[in-house]
Structure formats: structure tokens, C-alpha cells
Design a protein around this ligand. Sequence first.
Ligand code: COA
Ligand code: AMP
Length: 630
Amino acid sequence: MGYRDTYARWQADPEAYWLEQAQAIDWDVAPTQALFERGNDMYEWYADTRVNGCYNAVDRHVEQGRADQVAIIHDSPITGTQSKITFAELQSRVANLAGALVAQGVTKGDRVLIYMPMVPEAVEAMLACARIGAIHSVVFGGFAANELAVRIDDCTPKAILAASCGLEPGRVVPYKPLLDAAIDMATHKIETCIILQRPQQTCSLVEGRDLDWHTAQDGVAPADCVSVEGNHPAYILYTSGTTGAPKGVVRHTAGHLVALNWTMKNVYNVDPGDVFWAASDVGWVVGHSYICYAPLIHGNTTVVFEGKPIGTPDAGTFWRVIEEHNVRSFFTAPTAIRAVKREDPKGEFRKKYDLSCLRALYLAGERADPDTIEWAQDVLGTPVYDHWWQTESGYAMVANPTGLETLPVKIGSPTVAMPGYDIRILDEAGHELPPGKLGAIAVKLPLPPGTLPTLWNAEDRFRKSYLTAFPGFYETGDAGMIDEDGYLYIMARTDDVINVAGHRLSTGAMEEVLAGHPDVAECAVVGVSDALKGQAPIGFLCLSKGVDRPHAEIVAECVKRMRDQIGPVAAFKLALVVDRLPKTRSGKILRATMVKIADSAPFKLPATIDDPAILDEIKLALQSIGYAKE
Ligand code: COA
Ligand code: AMP
């Protein structure tokens, strides 16, 4: 059955469609009903089931003939090491770690925060939580202590699993001091930390609170899988919204098992036993879905890669990993390919490797620009598929369903809506727009299994963020259009979220940090175009009256503040001191216009602008740092 028939079958009877897809999962109590309406546009999936996520990702494969298949390949060009873990080994490692959590009093429903680099133990930590019904919340290593503290206070974990350090090219990032600082900052008290001591830099342990990863497992009974309700949260993953407070996206267990399993064949075209590689980080949704859960649930081998596209040691690293581990489908962010292209435009490194094992490259996380797609197609000699999704959806909303049927690629479009997603383009009043017209991208409710049912402890915010703008629809925060053939095009965000190197960041959160500087009276942060990272943040600072210090000093302090408070991942390196910010007469800062000026793009003077002369001042300031060229 091809794409159109499959989509039509889902549309005709979603309940039957999702019950059928659920058969690929091993249930303790199988579903009798797929969708559960909870009123007020809230929905849950497979709520009457009982199931265990770790059992489906690990134990069932051991029982069903994959015990000796490699489950995880760890490839770390940064440390020069590699290791392989079979499903049987993974089962015992995860059961022991889960046993250690149980010994520390962690039970079903407790939250466990994970702050780890790209080591197999990070995936094992997630699975150990799933095994005992604990709800994990992974925090990306590039976030600073303050961001960690905010997450600790929001999800109030019973325990934390962390590593002594992470490794960035040429630099060890000591995680433990960041963790200790975050625990000190947070109001919620942490009873237990289990720390993986990495040989590159060990750390001291706080007596009575911290346990060594291996000692914690000594003498404890391995934990069995705990059966949980289908709507039991598997995890909370924080993502950036408009304000500084991150949104805790909740993922329910059953829906994500069914949906992720579906995507492995239908979107990524891999069969059980194949090697699948997502070069991302466990701290992002791509890492949750496609480094940890989906490949393992589907019986694939997953690659945990600790390195960068370039510099570890060169622009051929990706190609080496693909050849060496026989990768069939490869998934990364466009920015990573842009980095390789910039370093090796002629693809000389590619020529050193036999990539005949690779069927396709999949790109997501940010806009895939045509140059990058075309370059990758030429250099790899394989198809390149853009696909569109977000933390909230957990997997592709729009993709080329290559396992079902390969649709013609239209460069610039992530292709078509996946079954489960009824995508519409709406105008500001919520009216549907015809093909070719630009508007807000919305998804008709209910969203399919595996998508967010709510935000952690914040149902009101969930409604306000996603459900109120267009009643009956989920608001994606992206703008775009659909063409006559049903292909979607993503053009921009409709909010103040920016995307830097595939990382989703809130300019609102950055503005809060700048506003905290004692000399800053008012500020704005915008995302300007960046050839490598897609977007880069620039801060505009208006200083308080009477401040008479060198501007360079204040700018340097602001850059440091951002690194200390949000983290290096913000990649905040540029700020400008200006006298005034351009605003509408009602006082709204004209951020979109500032971006257009910085990018030297044409723009219409907003009709409601208060003082157009300020735009010239902004332009001059931007020109002083090489932006806003004539
Ligand atoms: N722990 C600590 N610090 C981290 C980190 C981590 N896990 N990940 C990144 N950082 C730091 C980096 O060291 C860098 O610090 P610096 O300012 O001191 O150099 C900063 O955060 C920004 O990192 P990054 O965005 O990775 O930029 P980069 O300049 O080091 O590398 C790319 C550029 C394009 C190579 C890189 O961004 C990349 O590989 N991107 C892939 C994107 C991706 O996987 N996205 C996930 C969504 S699919
Ligand atoms: P995240 O939640 O971090 O995965 O970020 C999701 C956002 O990244 C989306 O809402 C889009 O703005 C952007 N994004 C993700 N994939 C694509 C894509 N294929 N094309 C354009 N933008 C994308």
C-alpha cells in the first residue's frame, strides 16, 4: 500500500488504524481502544493498556532472538574509543542500574534528572528509568547551572544521574561543578546523585548524597520491568518557548512506543537488525526518539556518537562512521552538513570511504537550505530527505515516507503530512488558506499517538501555548504554505523562538538574562541569518541613564552572563549598545524588522512604527559589526 492509500486509510478510520499499528508492541494489557477524549480538547492514547517501554526496547529482543545483536555502538572520536553492547548485555546493564535506582528509593512516577554526555550510559539511564516507571528528564550538557536549576525545581526529581564531565573538542567540560551549583541554586532538595566517573576528568562526591555509578550497583538486585499504564509519562523534555521558563513537554509511554516504532520502517526505511544513526545529542528530542527509543524498540542497532561533524578529527568523521558501522539510514541537522561542506567543499574526505551501505540521509531540526541538500546529494550519491517535526510531536509530522513509498523530492519542502497529522494553513482569524498561501501551520486535533498530551504541571500554559490561538487545532509556532500537491513548505517561526545550529532557543530567555545586567535598561535579542548555524543571536542593549563605562566592557559582561546563565549552547557572542529600540506606537519592539535590516533583506516600514529614524540607527550599529550591508 502506498502513501496516499495509507493516509486515506488513517483518515477514514483513525481508531482502527492506530489499533492496528499498536500490534507491533508487546503489551502487558493490550489496547481495546486507541483514543481517549478527556474533554476541553485534551486527548490521550491507549490509556487502558499496561506496558513497559524498556521491555519493548530491550528485553523483548533478547527473548525473541536478538540477544547477541549489537544494540548500541559507541563511537567516540573525541576519546579515540569505541565499544559495542549487545541486547543481552544492555538488558543486564539497564536492570542493574535500575536496581541501583530502586535501592535509592526511586519508584514508579518519581522523576529522575539525567545530565550526561554522549556515552552509552546516558541511553542506559533513560532505559533504567523506563524499566521501573520513573519519569526521566534529560538536560542537554551545553546548558549552564541556572538552566539546570530551573528544571530541577520544575520536575522535582528524586534522584539525578550524571557524569563527571563532557568532552568538547579541545576542552573538558566539568559537569559536576555545574550540577553542584544547580543543586545549591534550586529550592527542591536532591537526595541522591549517581555519578559516572569518566577517566578524562573525575570529580569529588558529596558524602551522603553522591554515589559512584558502579558502587551504587554493587550488591543490588537487578530490577524487573514494571508494568505502567499506557498514559504514564515516560519522560519530560524541556524546550524553549516565548518566555524564559522552559516548557516541560510530557511524553506518554504507550503512544510513543507505537508511533516511534511506526516511523522506523515507514519514514527511515530500516528493518530490524539494520544499523541506524542519528547524529544528535540525548539532550534533544532527536536524541530521545532516534538515538534511544525508536531504533531499540524496532530492533535496530543505534549509534551513540561522541564527536562533531568537523574537527574530530576531520570532515570525514561522518563518512567513516557510516562505512565502519554499516549505517543504513543517517539522520542529522542541516547545520552539521553545512559544517562539513564548508570544511570540505569538494567532498575529498567522502572519496576515502565506501558508503554503499547508506540508503539515505535524513535532515531535520531547522530549515534545510537547497544548497546544502544538493551538495549532500552530489557528494553522497544517495537521496537526501528533509523532514519536519518538533519536540512537541516527538517524531516527523511531515516527511517523505520512504518505507511506504518514495515520493518525488521537491527541494525546499519536507514533503507531505504523515498519517495522524491533518495539517492546515490558517490566517490570523483561523480561516483555512488555499494552496500556495502563507499562514500559520496548524494541526487538526487530536494529535496522533506519541505527541505531547500536556506540559508538566502546566495544563493552562499548554492550552495557552498551543490550543487557544486556533480552536480545534494545535498551533505549531511555524509559518508556511502547502502547494497543490500537498507538499508543505516551512518559512519561519511565528514566535520569538530561534534556531541556532539546530538548537531551539528562546530570545525571551536571553532578553531576561541581558535585562538582569545592572547597566542595561532595555534590550532585545533577535536571530539573524548565519551561514553555518542557520541563525545567530544578536543582543541590542539600551543602557541606563548615567552609565559611563566603555561599551565593550558591558558587552563582554553580557556575553559572559549569557554563557554562565543559559550556557555555551546559546552561542551568544554579539551585542550592540544602541540609544533606542524601534517600536510600534503601542510599545512593541519591532524584532522582525531588525532581523530584516541585519540580513540586508527588503522590508516594509511597519505602519505602526513610532519613530522610523531609529531604524537608521540600528542599521548603522549593525553595519559596524559587518551586518546590514547595503
Ligand atoms: N556540553 C557542553 N558544551 C557544549 C555541548 C555539550 N554537550 N554541546 C555544545 N557545547 C558548547 C560548544 O563547545 C560551543 O562552545 P564554545 O562557544 O566554547 O565553542 C557552544 O556550546 C556551541 O556549540 P555548537 O552549537 O555545537 O557549535 P560549535 O561551533 O561547537 O559547532 C557545529 C558547530 C555545526 C559543528 C555544531 O553545532 C553541530 O554539530 N551541530 C549539530 C546540531 C545538532 O546535532 N543538533 C541537534 C538537533 S537535530
Ligand atoms: P525542536 O523542538 O528543537 O525540534 O525545534 C522544532 C522547530 O525547528 C520547528 O518548530 C521548526 O521551527 C524547526 N524545524 C524543525 N525541522 C525543520 C525542517 N525540516 N524545516 C524547517 N524548520 C524545521
